[in-house]
Every structure is written in C-alpha cells, then in structure tokens.
Design a protein around this ligand. Sequence first.
Ligand code: IPM
Ligand code: MG
Length: 359
Amino acid sequence: MTNKIAVLPGDGIGPEIVNEAIKVLECLRDDFGFAMDIDHGLVGGAAYDASGSPLPEATLSLAKAADAILLGAVGGYQWEHLDIAVRPEKGLLGLRAELELFSNLRPAILYKQLASASTLKEGVVAGLDIMIVRELTGGIYFGQPRGIRTLENGERQGFNTLIYRESEIERIAHSAFKIAMKRDKRVCSVDKANVLECTELWREVMERVAKSYPEVTLSHMYVDNAAMQLVRAPKQFDVMVTTNMFGDILSDCAAMLTGSIGMLPSASLDASGKGMYEPIHGSAPDIAGKNVANPLATILSVAMMLRYSLNEAALADRVETAVGSVLDQGLRTADIYTDDSQKVSTSEMGAAVVAALKV
Ligand code: IPM
Ligand code: MG
C-alpha cells in the first residue's frame, strides 16, 4: 500500500527543515522499500500570501485525504499585524480542529550525547524521558465566547473562555493512560484545580478514567508547581497529561531540558490514529533562509509518523538510530553546538542523517 503523505512546509525555517525530512523519506523509499506519495500544500503565512487564507480549502482537502501530514512551522513578523482570524497560526489551529487531532504527544527525550548542551546540570537531565500528552482541540484555545469588546465606559476588554466537556477530558485521559501502559505506568495530570473550576472537573474525570487502568498510578500537580518541578527534578515524570494551553507552555519548558527546542518532535492524533507530525518549535523567522536551523526535530517527527500512523516501527527505529549516530559523530547545528563538537548547517545535518540511514 502506498502511503499518502501531505507535506505542508509553512513559513520561516519550515521549508528548510521539511526539505531535510523529505530527503530522509526519499531515502526510505529508494533504499528500504517504503512506498509513498508526497503532495505539497500551502499553510500559514505562505498560504495567506498566495490565497488570502492561512488554511485554503485545497490544503484542507489534501490533509484530509492523506494518511499522514508532515508540517514545518507557521508564522512570522510580516503577518503579525493581520486580523487574528487570518494569521498564520490560524492555519495550524484550523488543521488541528478540522481533523480532530485532539491528542498531542510531545516526547522530551535527552539524547545522551547532548547532556552538556542542556542549560541544566547533567545529573538533573541525564536519562530524561518524559511524554507530555497535550489536549489539542479544546480549552482556552478554542473556547467561545472570545474576542475584544468595548465596555460602556469606552474601555476595551479582551476575553477568552477556558472550557472542557467531560467527553473531551475523557478521551485525552485514555490517550495518556494507554501510552503510560507502554511506559513506566505513571501519569501526572497537570491542572489548576485550586483556582479554575474547569480543571476541577478535569481532575475528577482523570480520577474516573484512571479506574479503567488499575496498573497505572495517577498523580495530580498544579501547573505552577509542575513548571518548577520540570526544571528542579524532571526525571520524576513519566507521562504528563494536561490542557491545551498548559501543554503548550510546559512542552517548551521540557524541550529546553533536552538541550534545544530544535530536537523535539510531536504527533497530533485523531481517534483512529491518523496524525499530523511537526517539530514543536516555531518558524524562527530570525534565522529563516540561513541554512542554520536544526532539522532533527522534523526528522524525528518523520520517525513518529512512521511509528504512530504508518505502522512502520522498524523504519521509525532506523531513523531514530540514524539521528543518534550523527550525534555520536559530533555533528551539531548551532543550537546544540558546544566547543568539543563540529558545527554543521541544516542541509549538512540532513545529509548526515541520510548517510547514517544507509549504513
Ligand atoms: C505549538 C505552537 C502553536 C500553539 C502556535 C504556533 C499556534 O506554539 O504547537 O506549540 O500554540 O499550539
Ligand atoms: Mg508552543
């Protein structure tokens, strides 16, 4: 069966890093018999410039028809003045919502070769392996009502709504518990139940769903404490499950533990396991076009795609091993560079992964 992959490079460094990921896919096709068909689409600012919409109909149907989607990044300074409804970020949020990609997996794994690249002491991060499960299609990101209104006295007021239905909490809870069953069987649910009713319900539903997974230990943590614990003693965590916004924030924080946000892939899955794969970092407009961005998070996203949506676990292992091997060789893009390593460009890093794949 031919795997249909929709590729949406997006903005900023998106096209550069996606290019390297495509080289990896092409190597899997040419050398390892991976049957695939790649189709490109526009999303984000690039799509807005071409069509006036950050998520054109053509891109949405391409994404819907695909077996899996690979996305680079969206956003950039030149689109920041636009109305929020057509900003690049809306393209990404629209894809998540339209495809019901509610379960966002963000693994924070420290490659042992990068222990010295982390801003934290080696002893604190060595061996780090956390899975953050972020709810991706609900919460304050999508809650209605929202907007900016003018009050009677003429003052403006901005407002958003943090809102979760029980069924939305249940399904993300099941995602987290199922993943924990394949790991160390510990789930820490992160909320702000001491202040927000919405997350009081979140906590209650987590407790309820936990009963179906007697082997898994569930704990709860307030989000402020969780942020502190992530930098104090991150290895205490196995699976963390949390709301859309808390997950956005905590996953950036967890990324830094691994040396660089340029290392972290993600999977966004629907109920059937179809998914969109993207690095968790943004479009980094300040370094776009300079061939210095780290393509490894995108390449590792390809590995997640092979594993979670395309049922190609052996190829996923191969890609991850190749990434480990280029790190062993001492190759580093600028974001993970240390004195004792060799600095390489985006394209050199991609080529090195391809070469390692062929070994
Ligand atoms: C992420 C990003 C997005 C988010 C932005 C680009 C809309 O920060 O995937 O973490 O906030 O979800
Ligand atoms: Mg983010």
